[in-house]
Structures are given as C-alpha cells and as structure tokens.
Design a protein around this ligand. Structure first.
Ligand SMILES: Cc1cc2nc3c(=O)[nH]c(=O)nc-3n(C[C@H](O)[C@H](O)[C@H](O)COP(=O)(O)O)c2cc1C
Ligand code: SF4
Length: 523
C-alpha cells in the first residue's frame, strides 16, 4: 500500500532544507522499492522542528524532526524493513503530530487545514470542509452574509482591529458601477509570518474568503497585494487561483450563480508603509506608495476611486469558517470584544517559535513562557515586543496581560497582527528605542512633518542620550517629540513609533541612565 510522507513546501521549512529532504526521500524510496507518495504540505507551525517530516500510518500521522537529508537514510531503511511509523527508532521521532503539546493546546479555526492538506489540491481542500462557507453564502442574501460576519465579532487582523462586518456594510451600501476587494498581504511587521503561512499552506481559504466578501458587497474583482519577498506564497496562490477558475469557483459565474468574481495577485515593491491601506492602494494603482489623507475612506473611495474593502489575509481567511459553521461557533471563543481566535506568531529569542492559534484571552506570560518555553539562549526574558515594530515593549511585570485588544490598549500596547518578539536580558532598551526612530526615518513616506522630521530628530536625540549628553533634558525632549508624533502624524507609522520608544523608557529606565521608579505601594 502506498505510504504517504508529508514534507512541507512552506518557505520556513524550505529555508531549513525541506527540498533536499524531499529529494533524498524520493531517491532512496525508489532505490529501496518502497511505494511512497510525497505530499508537499504546508507547515504545522512548529518552526523549531522544521523540516518536520510526517509519516502516515493507518490514518494517523507521526512526526519526525528536525530532519536533515542524512536522517532520511535511517527512516527509509526502517520503512523498507516494514517498520510501522510509530515503531521507527530515531532520536528525531516525536510521536503523533497532533499530540505534540505545542500543537495540542491550540484551537485551529483559521489554520484548521494548514499542514494537513496538499495546499494546491482543490479535492483535498473540499475533502476537509473547503468551499462549504461559499455554498452557505450563496444561499444567503448579501445582507445575510454581512450579518453573519457582524455577529461573529470578527475584527481586522491587520492591526487596527476594526470590526470587519461594519467595513463590509459600508462598501455594500455604497453605490458604484465597480467595487473591489483588496487583500492586504504585505505582512511587514517584524516577527510575523501567519499571512505567509496560510497563503502557502492553504491558499484556497483566502480565495474562498475573498469570493464571499465579493458576493457580500457586490464587488466583482479582487486583488491580493502580496509582498515581493514571498515568492513561495505567490506560486501557491497563483496555482490555486488557476485551479479555482478552471473549476468554476472564480470567474463570471461563481459556482454557476449570477455572481462574478475575478482574482489576481499583484506583487508589492518592498516598502513597510505600503502595508498602510491607502499607500497600498496608491502602489496598486502603479504609483509611489504615499499615504492618502482620510476621508475619504477606502470603503467610499478606494482603488481607482471606487468603494473598496481592504482586509488583512487573516481577516478574510477567517470568513469561510464563520459562514460554514455559523457566526456563533466563532464568537463562542475569545473574551470581551475580542471574539474568535488569533493566530499568534512567536518569534525572536524564543525556544519554541512558531504559529500558535488560540482563543483571545490567553496571557502574554503563558504564551512566551509556557507555550514558547522561554528564550532560545536560556537567559531570562527581559522584554517582549508585541504587535510589530510599532508595538510596545512589555516587561515581565505585565505578563499577566490577556491577549485582547482592549487589555493591551489599557496598558499602552497593541496586539497588531499578533507578532511577539522575545528579547533576553542582554538587550539594551535604549538601543531599541533608537531603532524605533531609525526604522520610522527609513520607512517614512515623507508626506507629513511630525514623522518625516520627527523620526530623524528622535534618532539624533537618542544618540545624545546614549552618549551621556544632557541626559535628562534630552529624555524630556524625546517624550515631547513622541507626543507631537503621536498626535500630529497622518498615519500610524509616525503616530505609533512613540509606543516602542516610550514603553522602553517607561519600563526600562535604567537602560536610559534613569533610576527605576519604585511601584507606588513601596514608595
Ligand atoms: C505603516 C503601516 C503598515 C501596515 N502594514 C500592514 C500590513 O502589512 N498588513 C495589514 O494587513 N495591515 C497593515 N496595516 C494596517 C492597514 O492600514 C489596514 O488597517 C488593514 O489592512 C485593514 O485590514 P483589517 O481590517 O482586516 O485589519 C498597516 C498600517 C500602517 C499604518
Ligand atoms: S506618518 Fe509618516 S508614513 Fe504616515 S503619512 Fe506621515 S510621513 Fe507618511
């Protein structure tokens, strides 16, 4: 009987040698005359174990990792002697994949299929519940689809956390001869990779989510604005789009209905600010990525001046589950106004880095210490930055913060796109504050003064502080500058740069040559 071997095609696995592992497996299996089918799946998200090879046995999948090409010889030798996957003796054996604690603790709604199916097989997608959401959507009125998205409580996963259903309602209500769905796949935040993983590991779920969005608001054309650094995602998406078109899931009559929906991938030009929705639209129109003043909102005047939905990959990829299982099934997870699950990305100096999808409400401490296992260096954690380069640095004292939009805001932070970057006690937080200004100076689109000039002045002032020059005076100047940037910038690039700067200064004053304030009770 053919044995199925799963070796990820995900860029993270490929970067760790998955292609060489797959080639070696194919060669040795042929030489040993064992009947194997090698499936190039998406990643299971346990990145410290990549390349993670899985061998299927009686419907169950056993994991081995990280596997180097040299490890393949032993695996094939055991298989050729008839060993069952569970009985293969190697230090790389990890048991049943889904029993690995990092995997078992998750609630995978958006990533339910990622790593399980062949990403570009439509048959596999459908066999695992794919396109059930679209079937439900086609049976509803457009307003019924929007009601479901509203009831689910889904909020935008790109950073701002704006309610997705309300955005859809605005575009639905707008009158125009043409409307668009734009997927923001620019994923520029440091330590984030969830968009990439889902596009490489389950591209049909994004295509299905965008198709449902198109039907809901009356948009007949969609674009995926994909960062050019994601060539593997581009390949998977284009292959899946071609397949969906050939099977009638995209095109002039989606599934034989009266709805048309065409979809294309467009590559970005590599600027962080092109992830900002209006700058993205400029870039998509073939212009320089310069932020537009709002209003008008893209929902009223977006791409080529037409009403446009812009949603992050994860927001759109959550929609098929919501339609297929019902809004309540999604809203049942989470806390407060943060409903459903969040695909959290653990990165930086962390022992077990990867993708961890879980209901909102888990604390930051549980995530980095229990799930992530602490630092990779083995040293104590000093700080974690949550929400990308514009997110705040949190010290250990704030590790009881639940992963929830409002809870993070209450502590002057943001969850952004769900990226968590861990730093050990060797990090110098003054340098991190300088880095925040430097990043803003490099990436600024230049349209408004607080950001264009402020970031450079901030970097210069940090240099003076780090050089011991008029420290107190210059620290006050940094705080004043942050205030101007926060309230005077046109978009969140300049407006949020104060978060990493001020959180570093507030929580780690010693690194800036200032005495740490004692907690109120001890004063
Ligand atoms: C400087 C900057 C960069 C951004 N980068 C991204 C990005 O890479 N991906 C993303 O989805 N949203 C990004 N955003 C947020 C978008 O402007 C927008 O809020 C989002 O695409 C809306 O989709 P959502 O409602 O599904 O989150 C960025 C915002 C700013 C200010
Ligand atoms: S804040 Fe910065 S990136 Fe945003 S519009 Fe102003 S100059 Fe451009």
């Amino acid at each position: 009987m053919t044995k199925r071997i799963f070796i990820p095609r995900d860029a993270a696995a490929v970067a760790c040698g998955a292609d060489d592992v797959a080639k070696r497996f194919a060669l040795l299996a042929e030489q040993a005359k064992i009947d194997v089918e090698i499936v190039r799946n998406g990643s299971r998200g346990m990145l410290w174990l990549e390349p993670l090879v899985e061998i299927e046995d009686q419907g169950k999948r056993y994991a081995f990792g990280p596997i180097a090409p040299a490890d393949v010889d032993g695996l094939v030798a055991e298989l050729s002697q008839g060993a069952a996957a569970a009985g293969i003796k190697t230090s790389k054996a990890l048991g049943l994949t889904e029993e690995i604690p990092f995997f078992k603790r998750q609630t995978r709604l958006t990533f339910a299929r990622c790593g399980i199916t062949d990403p570009v097989s439509l048959a596999d997608y459908k066999a695992h519940g794919g396109y059930e959401g679209l079937a439900k959507a086609l049976a509803l009125e457009p307003s019924g689809i929007i009601d479901e998205v509203k009831k689910s409580g889904l909020r935008g996963r790109g950073g701002a956390g704006f309610p997705t259903g309300i955005k859809w309602q605005t575009v639905h209500d707008a009158r125009a001869d043409q409307k668009y769905i734009v997927c923001n796949a620019d994923e520029g935040d440091s330590g984030t990779f969830a968009d990439r993983m889902i596009m490489e590991g389950d591209p049909f779920v994004l295509i299905e989510g965008m198709t449902i969005a198109g039907i809901a608001v009356g948009a007949t054309r969609g674009y995926i604005y994909l960062r050019s650094e994601y060539p593997h995602a581009a390949t998977a998406l284009n292959e899946a789009i071609d397949t969906a078109k050939a099977a009638g899931y995209l095109g002039q009559t989606v599934c034989g209905s009266s709805h048309a929906f065409e979809l294309e991938v467009r590559l970005g030009a590599g600027a962080y600010v092109c992830g900002e929705e209006t700058s993205l639209l400029e870039s998509l129109e073939g212009k320089r990525g310069l932020v537009r003043a709002k209003p008008p909102l893209p929902a009223h005047e977006g791409l080529f001046g037409k009403p446009t939905i812009i949603n992050n990959v994860l927001s759109l990829a959550a929609v098929p589950f919501i339609l297929a299982e019902g809004a309540q099934a999604y809203a049942d997870f989470g806390m407060g106004r943060s409903r459903g699950t969040m695909p959290i990305q653990l990165a930086g100096n962390i022992k077990q880095g990867g993708l961890f999808e879980v209901a909102f409400g888990i604390t930051l401490g549980e995530l980095v210490e229990d799930v992530g296992g602490g630092t990779a260096s083995g040293r104590p954690i000093k700080a974690v930055q949550v929400g990308g380069p514009l997110g705040a640095y949190f010290p250990q004292d704030l590790f009881d913060t639940p992963f929830d939009y409002e809870a993070f805001t209450a502590r002057d932070g943001l969850i952004g796109h769900g990226g968590i970057v861990v730093f050990d006690d060797t990090v110098d937080m003054a340098r991190q504050a300088r880095f925040a200004f430097d990043f803003c100076a490099i990436e600024s689109c230049g349209k408004c003064t607080p950001c264009r000039i402020g970031a450079i002045r901030g970097r210069e002032t940090m240099d003076k502080i780090m050089g011991g020059q008029d420290r107190d005076k210059n620290l006050d100047l940094v705080a004043d500058l942050c205030n101007t940037m926060k309230f005077g910038s046109l978009c969140a690039l300049g407006g949020f740069t104060p978060y990493p700067v001020m959180s570093a200064l507030t929580h780690f004053p010693d690194d800036f040559g200032r005495a740490r304030k004692l907690p109120a009770a001890a004063e």
